[in-house]
Design a protein around this ligand. Structure first.
Ligand code: NAI
Ligand code: MG
Length: 330
């Protein structure tokens, strides 16, 4: 055994509980020592304890090196938004990567969306009803935007990427996104070896379809990142494949993009790959890159051979069969 990590495990509801078991059985195959601490959260937890996110669970997450989160049901927003706030997780990472034998629109797509997660247009209690309608404020602070942009450049260096693209709407939002763009090039001066470019968000929405291979890392504000990352998910096809990360100074949480999928929960047929790729992102965060590569290569082999797949990818295999096949291929 090499390094030892404390990992918070929040299975949540529905298929969250099924796919998290899959991820843990894969992690247990590695030559790394993990201590798991389980926390409750979600709809079932609300019914049982009267709260969807008990303080005890928050404390577990705070005391661990990282957290794996399955999915919650109707309480998802309460649980995940509160956890993001409690752990000050300012960066939302959404990889967009094409894999073989999936519904990806084209091949060779591999970029990361780095989305600012704490301000922009999504600030709680900043909407107001006025006499003739409503107003929402869009907040851009130097501190938060410098932090996310610097994170994007550091991420580029740590992951051998050569370019960061800043996405904004500075032609219309001259002050707020004007500042965002200005900070991008300011911070960029600290990273002379990384190529910089910037695009308007509307043009980017089109380029993601017409030339997705052009992108390596996109850094953008909260709302634009939210929209572009779902476009990215559509580009590479299928919720069963898409992981994500929330990163902060005091902690990090890794979760599939999908929800609790009540329509298939309990049947043992959920695709575990999104959750397992979330664990791969966690391994990279813990700088266990060799283990991350091992798992990702095994998933690549599984998809290339195309024989052991869940229903959402056109196969007939169960969650357990897919998980065991990934273990075989490790
Ligand atoms: P969903 O992601 O749970 O399901 C959408 C569709 O995709 C369903 O047909 C489902 O069967 C399928 N699907 C999702 N993940 C899959 C997987 N791993 N393998 C195979 N098929 C998969 O989204 P939906 O239906 O909008 O929401 C269901 C519940 O999940 C709601 O209560 C919602 O609030 C919650 N939710 C929670 C999230 C979270 O915990 N982060 C995120 C999104 C939704
Ligand atoms: Mg969204």
């Amino acid at each position: 055994m090499t390094n030892k990590y404390k990992i918070a495990i929040i299975p949540g509801d529905g298929i969250g509980k099924e796919v998290i078991d899959a991820a843990i059985s894969i992690l247990n195959e590695l030559n790394i020592d993990f201590d798991y601490e389980y926390g409750e959260a979600g709809d079932d937890c609300l019914e049982k304890t009267g709260t969807a996110l008990p303080q005890e669970t928050i404390d577990i997450v705070k005391n661990c090196d990282a957290c794996l989160f399955g999915a919650a049901g109707e309480t998802a927003a309460d649980v995940i938004v509160k956890l993001r706030q409690e752990l000050k997780m300012f960066a939302n990472l959404r990889p967009v990567k094409s894999y073989p034998n999936t519904n990806s629109l084209t091949e060779n797509i591999d970029f990361m969306i780095v989305r600012e997660n704490t301000e922009g247009l999504y600030i709680a209690n900043q909407e107001e009803i006025t006499s003739n309608g409503a107003i929402a404020k869009r907040i851009i602070t130097r501190e938060a935007e410098e932090r996310i942009i610097d994170y994007a450049f550091k991420y580029a260096i740590e992951n051998n990427k050569s370019k960061v693209t800043c996405v904004h709407k500075a032609n219309v939002l001259k002050k707020s996104d004007g500042l965002f763009k200005e900070i991008f090039y300011e911070i960029g001066e600290k990273y002379p070896d990384i190529e910089k470019e910037d695009f308007y968000v509307d043009a980017t929405a089109m380029y993601l379809i017409t030339q997705p291979q052009n992108f390596e890392i996109i850094v953008t504000t909260n709302l634009f990142g939210d929209i572009l990352s779902d476009e990215g998910a559509g580009l590479v096809g299928g919720l069963g494949l898409i992981p994500s990360a929330n990163i902060g100074k005091d902690g990090a949480l890794f979760e599939p993009v999908h929800g609790s999928a009540p329509d298939i929960a309990g049947k043992g047929i959920a695709n575990p790959i999104a959750m397992i790729l979330s664990a791969v992102m966690m391994l990279r965060y813990l700088t266990e890159n060799d283990s991350a590569d091992r798992i990702e290569n095994a998933i690549l082999k599984l998809l290339n051979q195309g024989t052991v797949l869940t229903e959402d990818l056109g196969g007939k295999s169960t969650t357990l069969e897919v998980t065991n096949e990934i273990i075989n291929l490790l």
